[in-house]
Structure formats: C-alpha cells, structure tokens
Design a protein around this ligand. Structure first.
Ligand code: ADP
Length: 215
C-alpha cells in the first residue's frame, strides 16, 4: 500500500503516520524528520535546509527531491508524511519509478486547533516521542522515561503562522490535485489520537486486500 498523509501543520500527520506504518507494516518517510535530523547532525543537507525550516518556509525541491527519491527507492509499501507540499513536488512524486499512490489521506483540522496543538507540542530530546503540554505537563518523556522535553524550534508562534500561510498557498492546491485524481480520502483530524486513528483506519482499511498479511 502506498499512502500520502496531507494536512496543515498541527494536523497530527506524524503521529498518525507512525501508527499507520506499524499497523500496516509500511515504511515511514517523514521529510520533516529527515530534515530535522540532518540539521541536528550538521550534514550538507542540514546546512542547506536550516534557514528554511527555522523560518517556516519550504525547503527548495532541488534540495529535497533527491532525498525523497532515495528514501523511496526500495520501498514498495510506504506512508509519506510531509511530502508532497507543492504541485511541483506532487508531479515529481508521481514520476518516480514504482510510485503509484493508493490513497492520499487528508487530515482536516481548523486553524485554531492546529495552532493550539503546536503551541503545546513537546518533543523528547532522547527518543523523539511527541507529547502535548495539554496531556498534563511532565518533566521527562512518557515513552522512554528519561529524555528531556522541549518545544520544536519551528513551533514559535510567528513561525507557526508562516507555516500555516505556506500551507494555504502551496499545499491546499495539492489537496485539490489529489481530489481531482479521485484518490483523496478526507478525515476529521479533531478529537483524541484514538478517535482520529479510528477514522484513518476506516478510510484506508478497505484498501487492504482480504487475506493480505499486512492486515
Ligand atoms: P509540519 O507539517 O508540522 O509543518 P514538518 O515536520 O512536516 O512539520 O516540516 C517541518 C519543516 O520542514 C517545514 O516547515 C519545512 O521547512 C520543511 N519541510 C518538510 N517537508 C517539506 C517539503 N515537502 N518541502 C519543503 N519543505 C519541507
């Protein structure tokens, strides 16, 4: 199964993608995670991407295209999170060998919900686990038990506003592109993680062939 998750910043794509990857045994490719790791390690990609990520702008496709092509090279079944975000990227993706998307899951959340989630998001510096201050503030990570929790560098309010504007201008047309192609599945991304995941399963479950051992 080949899936794309699309939606505004704060829609919960990363959380959903992890669960979908585990349940349906898919490779998980997150361009945001790849870029943050490259920045943290100071690789050539990280050095080029840093100014864009920090300010909430899109990393140019000529920088990211090769990363996505490489990441998907050997993946038959995958969930892509954070890519494509522009029509140019959508066209690039559809031109890659072996890529034939089964569905694009559009996670819809109103701007207020997205912004308030991002304002409370905390990431573990050790394991990368994501929690939210609204879940009840904790000193250390609920996943690994030891890591320190901190806000993501691009979750500052001014950067969140910029990311949202970029989403409306650049990524909403991609949603319409996939709607026109007939592969868009829209789900309501509000409510608990459990409620949202149940909607995702209802949307993609029918794509899993009967008897398929992915199930
Ligand atoms: P979110 O979806 O919450 O905004 P991500 O972790 O997906 O967060 O992305 C963080 C940042 O990484 C983006 O603001 C952008 O700078 C960069 N980025 C991620 N994916 C792409 C992409 N497909 N094209 C260009 N830049 C990207």
């Amino acid at each position: 199964m080949q899936l794309v998750l699309i939606g505004p910043p704060g829609a919960g794509k990363g959380t959903i993608a992890e669960k979908v990857a585990a349940k349906y045994k898919l490779a998980h490719l997150s361009t945001g995670d790849i870029l943050r790791e490259a920045i943290a390690r100071g690789t050539a990609l990280g050095v080029r991407a840093n100014e864009y990520v920090e300010t909430g702008r899109l990393v140019p496709q000529e920088v990211l295209g090769a990363v996505v092509a490489e990441g998907l090279r050997d993946a038959k079944d995958f969930v892509l999170d954070g890519y494509p975000r522009t029509l140019e990227q959508a066209e690039f993706l559809s031109g890659l060998p072996h890529v034939e998307l089964d569905a694009v899951v559009y996670v819809a959340v109103p701007e207020e919900v997205a912004v308030s989630r991002l304002a409370g998001r905390l990431v573990c510096t050790a394991c990368g686990g994501v929690t939210n201050a609204d879940d009840g503030a904790a000193e250390s990570c609920a996943f690994c038990g030891s890591g320190r929790l901190e806000a993501r560098a691009d979750d500052r309010l001014d950067t969140v506003k910029r990311r949202y504007e970029v989403y409306v201008a650049e990524t909403e047309p991609v949603v319409e592109y996939y709607r026109a192609a007939g592969i868009l599945r829209e789900i309501d991304g509000t409510g608990s993680r459990k409620a949202v995941f149940a909607r995702v399963e209802a949307a993609i479950g029918p794509l899993v062939a009967c008897g398929d051992d992915n199930r």
